[in-house]
Design a protein around this ligand. Structure first.
Ligand code: ATP
Ligand code: MG
Length: 150
C-alpha cells in the first residue's frame, strides 16, 4: 500500500485510520517506522498514541529509548532505537518485557533482527513538499491489519 501525504495533517490522519484498523487487543504487535531524519516517524507515532486516547505531550523517546503509554484502549510502547547499536542493547532495554503492548519502533534498522518478528513496516520518505508512505505487512496479522485500513 502506497500513499502520498501532502502535509503533517495527512500523516496524522493516516495514523488515525491505522488506529481504527487495529484489533481490539494490539498487544504484542510490532510496527516498524522507517525513514530518514525528519521523515515523519514521530508524527505518525504521536497521531496513533493520541488516537488511542492519550491526553498530553508525546515526547520523543530518543534519549529514554522507550516511552510507555497505559491507555484505556491498551498499552503502547513508543520506542526509538536511534542510539542503539546492537541486538544486545535491545535486550538490555528490556525489549522482551514490552510484549504486553503495541510496539511502535523508530529506527528499527539499528536492530535488523527485529524485522523477523515485526508485523508491519511503515516507510516514510520525502516527496515534493510532503511525504510518500509505503505500508508493508511482515506477518499474517500485519496482512489482516492492512486489509482493514480504510
Ligand atoms: N506528510 C508530511 N508532509 C510534510 N511535512 C511533514 C509530514 N509529516 C510530518 N511532517 C513534518 O516533518 C517534520 C519531522 O517530523 P518527525 O519529527 O515526525 O520526523 P521523524 O521521522 O520522527 O524524525 P527523527 O528521525 O528525527 O526522529 C515535522 O516538522 C513534521 O511536521
Ligand atoms: Mg522521531
Amino acid at each position: 500500500m502506497r500513499l502520498f501525504l501532502e502535509d503533517e495533517a495527512a500523516t496524522t490522519a493516516l495514523a488515525e485510520r491505522f488506529r481504527a484498523a487495529l484489533p481490539e487487543s494490539a498487544s504484542g504487535l510490532t510496527v516498524l517506522l522507517v525513514g530518514e531524519l525528519g521523515a515523519g516517524k514521530s508524527t505518525f507515532a504521536r497521531g496513533l498514541i493520541l488516537a488511542m486516547g492519550h491526553k498530553g505531550p508525546v515526547p520523543s523517546p530518543t534519549y529514554t529509548l522507550v516511552e510507555p503509554y497505559h491507555l484505556p484502549s491498551g498499552t503502547v510502547y513508543h520506542v526509538d532505537l536511534y542510539r542503539v547499536s546492537s541486538e544486545e542493547e535491545l535486550r538490555f532495554l528490556g525489549w522482551n518485557e514490552l510484549d504486553d503492548g503495541l510496539r511502535l519502533v523508530e529506527w528499527p534498522d539499528r536492530a535488523p533482527e527485529l524485522a523477523n518478528s515485526a508485523d508491519i513496516r511503515i516507510t516514510l520518505s520525502y516527496d515534493k513538499d510532503g511525504r510518500s508512505v509505503q505500508i508493508d505487512a511482515l506477518s499474517a496479522q500485519g496482512h489482516e491489519l492492512i486489509a482493514d485500513i480504510n
